[in-house]
Design a protein around this ligand. Structure first.
Ligand SMILES: [Zn+2]
Ligand SMILES: [Zn+2]
Length: 360
């Protein structure tokens, strides 16, 4: 409250339910970590993106809806799952997971102890997404929030209008016999796009890095249209790509993998496409502004609806968000974390994809 604006890292208070440690965000009352970046005994995972769900922990706790994705990304982990809203007592803490609307299985972690409630958001968005449960506001005293797009320039259009634009780009290309290659992150964004485009326009294919995630989504009951695997199409059949939408991770850009499509138009779907010049820097024909993170108004709405008097910002545009929160009369500070943004997730997707690229 009495902290000068611009100062983001405050001293932790003795009875805080979550504190920053070198391993990650730590809950002393329950002796567990949230999305730790170093190996720990007990990890509560908000979602399966690689900067939040890492290998090497002894025990994992996550939302049941995300189990198939988590297992496909981290095979062999000791995973315990909870339904959304199902409480679990860990030490002196009562823990439950609540939908964050970010990707399949994404959860906010609610921690209650001695009459106080803290919520750690992980990554979240407020817009509707047919591939995951909708964000649920969870009342709390302290809200730990991401701020990936925490600047006033970030405002998203209604998702349907973005999918309409993707559809008309695809339809136009197909009418001219040109393949439509859409780059987007292989986990989350890809499935959201696949579930939302108009599959009547033409056949849909995906890159080998996207396919295991599609399978995990289907295993979890998410409906996706029929999607072929690019590498299953023999050279003599490649005319089929002329009418097709092809979804590929950003790392496939500028690779020899694209040669098979002949004449193609390419596009990139990301929140970063809101930035001036982003499409040109990416070197693609089209940029679609589509994010799985909250935009500036979305972050404000989520924070307001939490009712929290204290907010701790974890990653993204930290300083502007802390300053804005202080101006609103909230007690705001930051945790230093190793969570990335969509860019990091893109790099991770590239790593996943290496075998698929060499095989095809
Ligand atoms: Zn994420
Ligand atoms: Zn993140």
């Amino acid at each position: 409250m009495d902290q000068p604006p611009g100062r983001t890292h405050t001293a932790q208070q003795a009875d805080d339910l979550v504190v920053a440690r070198p391993e990650g965000l730590y809950c002393p009352a329950g002796d567990f970590y949230i999305d730790p970046w170093r190996p720990v005994e007990r990890a509560v995972i908000t979602h399966a993106h690689s900067d939040h769900a890492r290998v090497g922990h002894q025990h994992y706790l996550a939302a049941r809806a995300g189990a198939s994705v988590l297992r496909s990304r981290l095979p062999g982990i000791a995973l315990h799952t909870l339904d959304y809203g199902e409480p679990l007592t860990i030490g002196a803490a009562r823990v439950s997971l609540h939908p964050a609307g970010h990707v399949l299985g994404s959860a906010q972690v609610r921690i209650e102890c001695a009459g106080r409630v803290w919520v750690a958001s992980g990554d979240y968005k407020l817009e509707a997404d047919p591939t995951c449960a909708a964000f649920e506001p969870v009342p709390c005293d302290t809200f730990i929030s991401e701020s990936t797009f925490g600047l006033p320039i970030y405002r998203w259009d209604a998702p349907q209008s973005v999918f309409d634009s993707i559809d008309s780009w695809w339809r136009h290309n197909a009418s001219e016999g040109r393949a439509s290659v859409l780059f987007c992150y292989s986990f989350g964004k890809a499935q959201r796009v696949l579930a939302s485009v108009d599959a009547a326009i033409g056949p849909i294919f995906c890159h080998g890095a996207v396919e295991p995630l599609n399978r995990a989504y289907r295993d979890a009951g998410v409906r996706l249209p029929p999607i072929g695997l690019v590498s299953d199409i023999a050279a003599k059949e490649k005319a089929v790509f002329k009418q097709a939408l092809i979804v590929a991770p950003p790392s496939a850009q500028n690779s020899a993998w694209l040669k098979r499509f002949g004449d193609y138009s390419d596009a990139f779907a990301s929140g970063w496409m809101r930035l001036r010049g982003a499409r040109r820097r990416r070197g693609v024909d089209r940029g679609f502004v589509l994010s799985d993170h909250a935009d500036w108004p979305g972050l404000q709405t989520a924070i307001r609806e939490s009712g929290a008097a204290r907010v701790i910002v974890t990653h993204g545009s930290i300083e502007p968000m802390v300053r804005w929160l202080n101006e609103q009369g909230l007690q705001a500070s930051a945790f230093e974390t190793q969570y990335g943004d969509d860019t990091v997730e893109a790099d991770a997707a590239g790593a996943d994809e290496a075998p698929a690229t060499s095989e095809s």
